[in-house]
Ligand binder design. Structure first.
Ligand SMILES: Cc1cc2nc3c(=O)[nH]c(=O)nc-3n(C[C@H](O)[C@H](O)[C@H](O)COP(=O)(O)OP(=O)(O)OC[C@H]3O[C@@H](n4cnc5c(N)ncnc54)[C@H](O)[C@@H]3O)c2cc1C
Length: 331
């Protein structure tokens, strides 16, 4: 069994930066990623978008940013294993055994959980036809806008993802509907303003989808207005369901890691330590008690820096918490 000082679970933006930082602090680490690619939410949920709020980079395509993160993560040749879903963590004396895809594979002294919103299981509407037409017109993300060129598209949801998709598709698709179950959107103001000004987007508020119909692919949805209970049928070519993802951060049955009430977030101290000695968590998956959540790449990265410094101290008590400035190093 290969031994490491630190196992990093997840190679999203936080796990990738933590991988680099572990190298910077001379910690022997392995990073395990469930998917066959790195980048977490970036390639799964917004590959074509531009990102503007990473320090020192005024504007960058999300995938390009992920590629730069990967390049940085590999600076010290740290090991990153893809297709490696961590299925359990087992305490073994002072060490942890990491089970990957059901098989006990690695041993380590510390763990940093960076599993973000989990394993990207999309939240479903749960209406007839949803499973039948999954992949045949029913989608949960937009990875390539050109796929929807000239089509009539209905988008379900009222948050940032749904309205971002609506804006992205407005210029490509023939027609875009946004269906939201309530009368208030939860998206950022700027996104909402753009949607409101776009004449090719029709907003159907207080509306839910009750059935998805078609033949070899989706042709129509049945909707209900939740206020007056009127039923309608809308002809469409594609349905994008963007109502979030079901996160399951603590799927490790042999250890009892404390999560918040709904089980979606791992509770950590301000040193990013969980309730279990040697197990840390940071990024979108972690919440410091009593502090607001900022699910942002730059914030997660800064927190990963703090976590890695405390992990260094945990692994090597004689080490200082602050490891110095990278500009002083001759890498
Ligand atoms: C539409 C959208 C737009 C966004 N735009 C911006 C933006 O402009 N600027 C910004 O700063 N932030 C943005 N964000 C937020 C940003 O993407 C997240 O804050 C960031 O991805 C969090 O990184 P993470 O590594 O903590 O988690 P994630 O990105 O969720 O990555 C977690 C990784 O862990 C893996 N994983 C999960 N479970 C396991 C397991 N058991 N074993 C192994 N691997 C596992 C997952 O496969 C995934 O790769 C946006 C988010 C969305 C949805």
């Amino acid at each position: 069994m290969d031994e490491y000082e630190l196992t990093i679970i997840g190679a999203g933006p936080t796990g990738l930066f933590a991988t680099f930082l572990a190298g910077l602090r001379d910690i022997k680490s392995i990073t395990l990623e469930a998917l066959d690619h790195t980048g977490g939410q970036i390639p799964e949920l917004y590959p074509e978008k531009m990102v503007y709020d990473v320090q020192g980079i005024p504007k960058i395509n999300a995938i390009e940013l992920r590629d730069k993160m990967y390049e940085q993560a590999k600076l010290f040749n740290s090991r990153i294993e893809l297709n490696s879903k961590v299925t359990d963590i087992i305490l073994d004396n002072e060490k942890y055994i990491i089970e990957v895809n059901g098989e006990k594979k690695y041993s380590c002294r510390a763990i940093l959980i960076c599993t973000g919103i989990g394993d990207f299981t999309p939240r479903k509407i749960g209406c007839p036809g949803e499973d039948e037409f999954n992949g045949k017109g029913v989608e949960y993300t937009v990875k390539d806008v050109t796929k929807f060129a000239g089509k009539t598209v209905a988008i379900v949801g009222g948050g940032d993802s749904a309205l971002d998709y609506a804006n992205e598709l407005a210029n490509t698709a023939k027609k875009v509907y946004v269906l939201h179950h309530s009368e208030k959107f939860k998206a950022a103001e700027k996104t909402l303003d753009t949607v409101m000004q776009e004449k090719d987007i029709t907003l159907l508020m207080n509306t839910t989808v009750t059935a998805i119909n078609g033949d070899t692919s989706v042709r129509e949805i049945t909707t209900v207005n939740e206020i007056d209970k009127s039923v309608d049928n809308i002809k469409i070519d594609a349905l994008i369901i963007a109502i979030g993802h079901i996160g399951r951060p603590n799927v490790y049955k042999s250890v009892n890691i404390t999560t918040n009430k709904n089980g979606r977030s791992i509770m950590v101290s301000d040193e990013y330590q969980t309730n279990l000695k040697g197990i840390f968590a940071v990024g979108d998956v972690a919440t410091v008690e009593g502090e607001p959540i900022h699910p942002l790449i730059a914030v997660d990265g800064g927190n990963a820096y703090i976590a890695i410094n405390f992990i260094k101290k945990y692994l090597t008590p004689a080490a200082t918490i602050f490891g110095g400035h990278s500009s002083n190093l001759n890498i």
